[in-house]
Design a protein around this ligand. Structure first.
Ligand code: ADP
Ligand code: MG
Ligand code: MG
Length: 901
């Protein structure tokens, strides 16, 4: 027989690189063991064993331990026995262990840890004798029976809790610690009776039987509903498998010289470089996380156990240096001796991620390039999320204050159960999930909420950890409120908030308010670390970052965010403004060229003013101005509404014989006729873009005149201007030729009139597949291209975006017919291929042609990566995405360097 695979690794046999095989927790325990840190002896069962348990997910396969696994577990246990000098099941000197799940990524839904495994009626006596503390032994035993019954065998926690509560009540005590040995003995007996009643057999006394069942339960939890749901939501593969860690028990509940805690090497909320965490004296691990007792700040450990604190600080510093990242640590102190139980890279808020990356680079711990790679583009977005408007906040009534567990401000309906939160969230309602405390069963509701509020639990409670991971504002441990999950309400003093009432929470300050508070955009200028990080990104990236801005104020803001040009200025918005629209409508409805020209003459100075504003704001930088693009009927009243109005007027006019009514009627009838004549079956593919300029050249001629008059005036004032005129929706070179020749002539005419020349370009938007495919012809005329990837995606897929997103696209993405929404992330294989052809053919004809992208995709990190690969000159995105794009462009450049290695 072939030797079975190695399923089991003693801690010293693994290392940090083995996360795939040993899971995050196992790899961390191995790495700490090898670094000489105090880790209780133990071993890890591999993720491969978990996959083999499922027979690698073959449908219908029986689930069982793969051959060799149990033997390897037994010999690893022998090794641990030798190492600790204790015996598993030995009443004289019992070895107890914890059984802990640990996948590559920590995830809710995985089996909770079982502590104190190995206890039974006999080993219990040994533990009592050895510690000289019978009460402690019984306390450990009753915890074990409840944990094993609940976690491994699936008995409802409530049933164990009821027994405990009754015992406390009948003895008139409040805390578990006040129960004496006799009481604990009674509880143990009742727990065992409950176990037998629920499971139908005695509580297993054989430690090896306990161990086998617990390992099976960890494997079982990998494909449990909660874990599967979570992986689906987070797009984590199901065949990663979970590892199982078996760790010698150490006891934090052996008196006041013992304790247990969790700590981060830096503050995970702000990033500040201080040990941050909590601990409980005389407690076992799960007590801190469960939020049963309110823990003390880690700094308090320095007073309570100075030597331990000193050692822990050193360990923390060493681990951070070793991993070159902020660590999240678990430790236990047993009678004055420190034990390390976990290390991993700590979850952090967006603000902390940025500060830590910048600080670590400044400390020389990581390079600037690494710092740039460490921050998720989404983190930059989060930092630029709206916050409470201070004025609006002043007017709001403060309800209570809790712990500021995950930053950001949110306002919404108070909802007290995760199912309703999920349902309303999916209906796009803004929901604040309010719970006494959260547990893994609540995650589906948290995923759909805008914020989380809990009554109990600290900065490392479930609610806080998950909220930080999801980037949700969270106020935890808000003890001043009382949450009644049964009645779906909360009370604070004499105030009551019922389900569906509006509340607002600030995860940044911990405040909870009654009612809705206005939110405002954040202040980029004050984000010093982000500004530093982006300045490093700027040195790395090859892509320029420009902005799409239609108004001078947007241009100014974009520039503050670091935009290096305007990639798209849409002129039609200028036509839409209330004071201009009537002139625009009269211009469109004009019967003669002369009449039309008279209205265009009125519009000219207005447009010139707009262009002066935007060119001035972008002095020294290129500004791409797109000529009129939408179909003209978009400037006229809606056909259906007009029809209703005219019908109404006809009835009224015939009844009243009022000359004013008659005049109005004929005016509206005229409009209706015009609108009706312009109606199109498919406006997206109709008379728009350059087709308008070709059929009605006066409009675009006026626009070009306005652009160049503005440019010349500014130039004469000493302002450095670089207008670029973009002709939209070209599909055939002759369309461009027709427009460009005429418009460039007009531009030259204006410059001659003004007696100055300005630096300018004429070019086109690439948004029709035919243009991309014939780019060698189009580049004969165009001095620049800008990919209009929204229309290019529409025309490549043959989708109209609104119809597609409203009707079938989300289903397509859900059913994996499409990998992603192509309007959010560029479709590499189709649209991307067209872009590549366009770039290559265009550059052959005009090597220095300026090519960029101005679709919404310009702010999407995955799309930015494609643009980098295509060697575009810049990406242009909406104002608030400029900072994200700067970072994403740098990351694309760094990833390219990695790939080329
Ligand atoms: P989680 O992933 O939920 O943190 P863990 O396996 O890390 O689960 O453990 C839960 C708690 O039990 C933690 O506080 C941990 O420190 C503690 N714990 C785990 N194993 C041991 C052990 N062998 N001795 C003492 N405490 C332990
Ligand atoms: Mg867990
Ligand atoms: Mg842990």
């Amino acid at each position: 027989m072939a030797t079975p695979k190695k399923w089991v690794y003693l801690f010293h046999e693994g290392n940090a690189q083995m996360r795939d095989l040993l899971g995050g927790k196992g790899a961390g325990l191995s790495e700490m063991t090898n670094a000489g840190l105090p880790v209780p002896p133990g071993f890890t069962i591999t993720t491969e064993a978990c996959n083999a348990y499922y027979d690698n997910y073959r449908p219908g396969a029986e689930k069982r331990f793969p051959p060799g696994l149990w033997d390897q577990v037994l010999s690893a246990m022998q090794w641990v026995e030798k190492k600790t000098g204790k015996g598993f099941g030995d009443p004289q000197n019992p070895l107890l262990v914890s059984v802990r799940s640990g996948a590559k990524f920590s995830m809710p839904g995985m089996m909770d840890t079982v502590l104190n495994l190995g206890l039974n009626e006999e080993t219990l006596q040994g533990l009592a004798r050895l510690t000289g503390n019978e009460r402690f032994a019984y306390d450990a035993y009753r915890r074990f029976i409840a944990m094993f019954g609940r976690i491994v065998m699936g008995i409802e926690a409530k049933k164990f809790d009821e027994i405990l509560e009754r015992a406390k009540e009948s003895r008139g005590v409040k805390l578990d610690t006040e129960l004496d040995t006799a009481a604990l003995k009674e509880i143990v007996a009742q727990y065992k009776a409950l176990y037998k009643e629920e499971i139908g057999s005695e509580f297993p006394g054989d430690p090896y039987e306990q161990l086998r069942l617990a390992i099976g339960a960890v494997f079982g939890s990998w494909m449990g509903k909660r874990a599967v749901d979570y992986r689906n939501a987070q797009k984590i593969a199901h065949d990663l498998g979970t590892a199982v860690n078996i760790v010698t028990m150490v006891f934090g509940n052996m008196g006041d010289d013992s304790g247990t805690g969790v700590a981060f090497t830096r503050n995970p909320s702000t990033g500040e470089k201080v040990l941050y965490g909590e601990y409980l004296q005389n407690a076992q691990g799960e007590d801190v996380v469960a939020g049963i007792r309110t823990p003390k700040k880690i700094a308090q450990l320095a007073q309570d156990m100075p030597a331990v604190y000193e050692q822990f600080q050193q360990v923390a510093a060493m681990l951070e240096k070793h991993y070159r990242d902020m660590q999240d640590l678990e430790f236990t102190v047993e009678r004055g001796k420190l034990w390390m139980l976990q290390t991993r890279s700590g979850k952090r808020t967006a603000a902390a991620a940025i500060k830590i990356a910048v600080d670590m680079a400044k400390e020389g711990l990581i390079t600037r390039e690494e710092a740039v790679l460490r921050v998720e583009p989404a983190d930059v977005n989060k930092l630029l999320l709206p916050r409470f408007d201070e004025e609006s906040k002043k007017k709001a009534q403060l309800l209570a204050k809790g712990l500021n567990a995950s930053p950001g401000d949110a306002t919404g309906l108070a909802i007290f159960d995760p199912d309703t939160a999920e349902r309303l969230g999916k209906e796009k309602k803004s929901v604040i999930l309010v719970r006494a405390e959260t547990s893994p069963e609540d995650v589906h509701g948290m995923l759909q909420a805008k914020g989380i509020l809990t009554q109990r639990g600290g900065a490392t409670s479930h609610a806080a950890v998950v909220a930080r991971m999801l980037g949700l504002p969270c106020v935890a441990g808000c003890e001043a409120i009382r949450v009644d999950e049964e009645q779906h309400l909360l009370t604070a003093g004499n105030l009551t908030v019922r389900e569906g009432d509006e509340i607002s929470i600030s995860g940044s300050t911990g405040e909870v308010f009654l009612g809705r508070i206005q939110t405002i955009p954040p202040e980029f200028e004050k984000e010093a670390d982000l500004i530093t990080l982006l300045s490093w990104a700027d040195k790395i990236r090859k892509l320029g970052v420009w902005a799409n801005a239609d108004y001078p104020r947007d241009a100014v803001q974009s520039r503050k965010f670091g935009a290096e040009g305007i990639g798209l200025c849409r002129t039609e918005h200028m036509f839409m403004e209330v004071d201009r629209l009537p002139i625009v409508q009269k211009m469109i409805l004009s019967k003669t060229d002369a009449e039309r020209q008279s209205y265009l003459d009125q519009l000219l100075p207005i447009q010139r003013g707009d262009f002066i504003g935007i060119l001035k704001a972008m002095a020294g930088l290129p500004v791409i101005i797109r000529l009129i693009d939408p179909p003209l009927h978009e400037f006229l009243p809606n056909y259906e509404e007009l029809l209703v109005e005219v019908t109404g007027l006809r009835v009224a006019a015939s009844a009243a014989k009022d000359p004013e009514l008659t005049r109005l009627l004929s005016e509206k009838e005229e409009m209706l006729k015009a609108v009706s004549s312009m109606r199109e079956a498919n406006p997206m593919l109709g008379l728009r873009g350059c087709r308008l300029g070709i059929t009605m050249p006066q409009i675009t001629t006026m626009q070009v005149r306005a652009i160049f008059e503005a440019a010349c005036i500014l130039k004469k004032e000493g302002v450095d201007v670089h207008p670029e005129v973009m002709i939209p929706l070209v599909g055939h070179v002759n369309e461009l030729k027709n427009q460009q020749v005429a418009l460039e002539a007009e531009a030259k005419k204006v410059m001659a009139e003004q007696g100055v020349t300005v630096d300018y370009k004429f070019g086109t938007m690439i948004e029709i597949p035919r243009a991309a495919l014939t780019s060698d012809q189009i580049a004969e005329y165009a001095q620049f291209y800008s990919f209009g990837t929204n229309d290019l995606t529409q025309t490549t897929f043959g989708y109209s975006r609104d119809d597609a997103e409203g009707k079938f696209l989300l289903k397509y993405v859900e059913d994996k017919i499409l990998p992603a929404n192509p309007f959010q992330t560029l479709d590499r294989d189709g649209v991307g291929a067209l872009m590549r052809i366009c770039v290559e053919k265009g550059r052959k004809v005009r090597p220095d042609i300026e090519i960029g992208i101005c679709g919404e995709h310009g702010g999407d990190p995955a799309s930015i990566q494609l643009c980098h690969e295509l060697g575009l000159k810049y990406v242009s995105c909406s104002t608030y995405r400029v900072p994200v794009a700067r970072l994403a462009a740098a990351q694309a450049a760094l990833q390219q360097v990695e790939k080329d290695k």
